[in-house]
Design a protein around this ligand. Structure first.
Ligand code: 6PG
Length: 242
């Protein structure tokens, strides 16, 4: 396994600009090779900042957004109009401003499109099985102060699920309680896994996740790696424990 690359940026803003720039380069390179890149987005505050930078920088890039397939690593199982929806935040921040092909945008089910969170998780697994390319090019993951990634939380049973692509969470410690999350077996089917982490409150989780021998049941971020590359995009605060 290739050792993770660690990039430390001066601020959350510089971190967001670096991630957006790197992603646009990867997408353009993949398209130049004739591929339709598959990416998985994350939710959270640093993700919002990255998405705003994607909107700002895309115009000057070579990326043809109609030839990008967009998935999510996790989502809040609430009504589609809720401000809690990761897809809504991503649409408002950049997807509605770049020329995407609606058929290639794959939001996770909401309370309007699935009768239950379990049904929603199963449906998303089917959708990825049918319309996915078998692996992602880039999976982006925020990290919580407790070391959670996507909606995989410390000590939760979803950490040990290996026969499903997506799972339901009904008692998330981070509100709202009902969520759908990709499992490790899906998250790790990616050439690149990128962690986006800003803020001093994350420093302990980052240091633990990068420490030798850390158990993913304690720090779920320790369980995600790319098949070709794993990058930790940090700011000075989140890197302060290294
Ligand atoms: C979610 C996320 C979650 C998030 C982390 C970090 O839907 O809540 O996908 O995993 O990425 O909690 O969030 P912050 O960047 O806001 O701290």
């Amino acid at each position: 396994m290739t050792p993770p690359r660690i990039e430390v940026h001066d601020s959350a803003e510089a971190l967001a600009t670096a991630v957006a720039g790197e992603l646009l380069t990867r997408l353009a390179d993949a398209q130049a090779g004739g591929a339709v890149p598959q990416i998985a987005l994350t939710g959270g505050s640093i993700a919002d900042a990255v998405h705003l930078e994607l909107a700002r920088l895309s115009g000057a890039s070579e990326v043809d957004w109609s030839q990008v397939a967009v998935w999510w690593g996790d989502e809040r199982f609430v009504e589609p109009a809720s401000n809690d929806r990761n897809v809504r935040a991503a649409r408002e921040a950049f997807l509605d401003q770049v020329d995407v092909d609606p058929a290639k945008i794959h939001p996770m089910p909401s309370t309007e499109s699935a009768a239950s969170v379990a049904e929603g998780a199963a449906a998303y697994g089917d959708e990825l099985r049918v319309h996915g390319a078998g692996e992602f090019d880039v999976v982006m993951l925020g990290v919580g102060p407790d070391g959670h990634i996507a909606s995989l939380f410390p000590g939760f049973p979803q950490l040990d699920v290996s026969d499903q692509i997506a799972v339901a969470v009904t008692d998330s410690p981070k509100p709202p309680p009902e969520r759908i999350s990709l499992t490790y077996s899906a998250l790790n089917r990616s050439r690149s896994v990128w962690f986006l982490v800003s803020g001093e409150e994350k420093a302990h989780a980052v240091a633990q996740a990068l420490a030798e021998g850390t158990d993913l049941h304690d720090i779920p971020a320790a369980g995600a790696t790319g098949s070709e590359e794993t990058i930790w995009f940090l700011d000075r605060e989140s890197a302060s424990g290294l």
